[in-house]
Design a binder for this molecule. Structure first.
Ligand SMILES: [Zn+2]
Length: 79
């Protein structure tokens, strides 16, 4: 492998790693008003948010509001 190929080879791996680390995570243990729920959702931001909203409404009895969506978005962390 010459220098150029090696450079692009490494570069592609760096890009792959970066895409992987773009996964976001929400942890129910970060929520102040959750009793004993230890659910952790990870994936792409949009997926996590959708799942977290559904989970909050169905399991934690929250109302689906723009405020809830905003709160959950703030809890998103890089995986
Ligand atoms: Zn939960």
């Amino acid at each position: 492998m010459d220098f150029c190929n090696r450079f692009f080879y490494n570069y592609n791996f760096t890009l792959m790693d970066r895409n992987k680390s773009k996964r976001k995570v929400i942890d129910c243990r970060d929520l102040p008003d959750v009793n004993g729920c230890t659910l952790r959702i990870s994936g792409k931001e949009k997926e996590v948010l959708t799942a977290a909203i559904r989970h909050s409404v169905e399991e934690h009895g929250h109302k689906y509001t723009a405020e809830l969506k905003k709160q959950l978005k703030e809890l998103l962390k890089d995986e």
